[in-house]
Design a protein around this ligand. Structure first.
Ligand SMILES: [Zn+2]
Length: 146
């Protein structure tokens, strides 16, 4: 691990140690999530992280896809389109809406509440793109985003 990762890891440990409640259990990205993102991006060892914070939901036990660490969208070999927040399968649903929040596919159902929270966090600039009105969320993710 380089210095940057070590420092980040220390920050995460401090955050967890001083937390009054579980720090990562919110329905939008937390400070901890952000640190993990940066940690992972600069090459931090996820096994070490998982060892230190075994309760942190790195993996969704329901499937092998990661909840927090999805690279882009949940990419299956087929055409499957899943929301990165609620995990709903949108593959065969012909509804438009939703957006990309950073690299997370946000479905039409999650979009309204997410948008409010994103605004509260002053992170509207992280909404990278929006599904065009004449396209379904699934097609947009499949054909444009991927
Ligand atoms: Zn959703």
């Amino acid at each position: 691990m380089d210095k940057c990762c070590e420092l980040l890891f220390q920050m995460m440990k401090d955050l967890v140690k001083n937390a009054e409640d579980v720090v990562w259990l919110t329905d939008i990205e937390t400070v901890f999530d952000r640190l993990v993102d940066i940690y992972q991006t600069c090459g931090g060892d996820m096994n070490i992280l998982h060892k230190e914070f075994p309760d942190y939901p790195i993996c969704d036990p329901a499937n092998t896809e990661t909840l927090i660490f999805d690279e882009v969208i949940s990419i299956d070999p087929g055409d499957t389109v899943l929301c990165d927040w609620c995990n709903k399968d949108w593959t065969a649903i012909d509804i438009s809406g939703g957006f990309m929040f950073e690299s997370k596919a946000t479905c039409p159902e999650c979009a309204p509440s997410m948008e409010k929270k994103i605004a509260q966090y002053n992170e509207t600039h992280l909404i990278k793109s929006r599904c065009p009105a004449d396209m379904s969320f699934a097609d947009w993710i499949r054909d444009v985003i991927r």
